[in-house]
Design a protein around this ligand. Structure first.
Ligand code: SF4
Length: 352
């Protein structure tokens, strides 16, 4: 536990906010004196928020802006967080969905942390575009596994969510029709491989650890020869954030997950809290999204953040609680994270 008293609330010592370029709106504060505020324990889940892959992706855009000037094009949201995207846009990033939206002006284009199908860098090379790949190295690891299985003539099953950019990117490493997507236990129960003795599975990096284990169990029971990843594809950040939520979810009246609705790992955190027995588990983007009446009469609340949510938004949420309650913040830490990924070679001098 690491806390420090500050004004009407206790602040965790490990808060390192993402430098905002958009001023934060103060929470709408009810007129209530410190003496009138009901007490509230805030259990702050740790690890939470930015992972090494998200941190690297944001740094790539910021360093590209520093080195090459604006505009820097970014294909797809660099990470799934509107606040981060808006902040980078203010600094000169231009977000596009496809390369054909980018003029031939010689400015760099950055591929998002989720990874891209092979066709995207190929198209960029054809147009002689200068691109920087912010694909998380742990997603690139899954791409490499897919290519190895393909070379070894194994049929590949990808466990993941249809339409998620990471899934599109991983499936796009190989020719169409090569990878079969499985989303649920029911899908796994009816999947018919061409040859059950030449089969391998991979997973999206941001899935529910428990749901994925259930799907893998069904696949292993049905196809005992299936090849598993050497090392878990669900990444350390996803696993650690879910474990931390499990530690506190059953002991709080409500769980607040700060993250975007299109962020897979944030959605999973909300589900994990619900499954662990937390009566109210909500995903919010900003403090202003909190539905106060829906929280009911709370005495203990858990707060966490998805891997793409900056710490400044967690602070905003705690401030909003502090405006209504006499809060005491306790950090509940279940793992230490020390992972950092190298930047692309072209940007290392700019980072020095
Ligand atoms: S959530 Fe995991 S896979 Fe995704 S960017 Fe972060 S570390 Fe990489």
């Amino acid at each position: 536990m690491a806390t420090a008293a500050s004004g009407g609330r206790s602040l965790p010592l490990d808060m390192a906010p993402f430098a905002p370029s958009i001023p934060l709106m103060p929470p709408e504060e009810p007129l209530m004196s410190e003496f009138e505020k009901p007490p509230l324990d805030v259990l702050l889940s740790a690890p939470r928020g930015f992972c090494a892959g998200v941190d690297r992706a944001i740094q790539i855009v910021e360093l590209a802006l520093k080195k090459f000037g604006a505009p820097v094009y970014v294909r797809h949201e660099i990470v799934h967080n509107r606040y981060v995207v808006d902040s980078l846009r203010d600094k000169g990033a231009v977000f596009v969905e496809e390369l054909d939206e980018i003029p031939d002006d010689g400015q760099p284009v950055v591929f998002s942390a989720h990874g891209v199908p092979k066709s995207v860098p190929e198209a960029a090379r054809t147009r002689q575009m200068f691109f920087l790949d912010a694909t998380c190295p742990l997603v690139s690891k899954v791409h490499k596994e897919a290519q190895i299985h393909f070379k070894r003539d194994r049929e590949i099953v990808l466990i993941g969510h249809a339409g998620h950019p990471e899934v599109i990117g991983t499936m796009g490493q190989l020719p169409p029709g090569t990878v079969s997507l499985i989303e649920t236990v029911a899908d796994a129960a009816v999947f018919q491989p061409r040859d059950p003795t030449a089969l391998a599975y991979l997973t999206q990096t941001t899935l529910s650890v428990d749901d994925t284990a259930a799907i893998v169990r069904v696949l292993m029971e049905r196809f005992p020869a299936i090849t598993a990843p050497h090392k878990e594809d669900i990444c350390y950040a996803t696993t650690n954030r879910q474990d931390a939520v499990k530690r506190i979810a059953a002991s709080v009246d409500a769980m607040i997950v700060v993250g975007a609705p299109n962020s897979s790992n944030s959605q999973r955190l909300r589900e994990v809290a619900e499954r662990e027995g937390c009566p109210v588990s909500v995903l919010i983007q900003r403090a202003s999204d909190i539905d106060w009446p829906a929280l009911g009469a709370i005495r203990r609340v858990g707060v966490t953040a998805g891997a793409s949510a900056p710490e400044v938004l967690v602070e905003e949420v705690i401030d909003a609680f502090a405006a209504r309650y006499a809060v005491k913040v306790e950090v509940v830490q279940t793992a230490e994270e020390t992972i950092a990924f190298n930047l692309p070679r072209e940007l290392r001098p700019a980072a020095a």
